[in-house]
Design a protein around this ligand. Structure first.
Ligand SMILES: [Zn+2]
Length: 53
């Protein structure tokens, strides 16, 4: 199950994180870094970087 922040479009594995992101995004113009780096997109990007030579 994935949860999505409807404002920035990032996906999270927990509803809490998605809500935290949504709350932040609705008040600010940018994403909160601590939350955004827990997104599935950020985790996938890290995984990809680790696999790259
Ligand atoms: Zn967001």
């Amino acid at each position: 199950m994935e949860y999505k922040c409807n404002i920035c479009g990032l996906h999270y594995r927990s509803e809490e994180l998605a809500k935290e992101c949504y709350d932040w995004c609705s008040k600010h113009d940018s994403c909160k870094l601590e939350v955004a780096e827990k997104s599935i997109e950020a985790m996938e990007a890290r995984k990809y970087r680790q696999l790259s030579p």
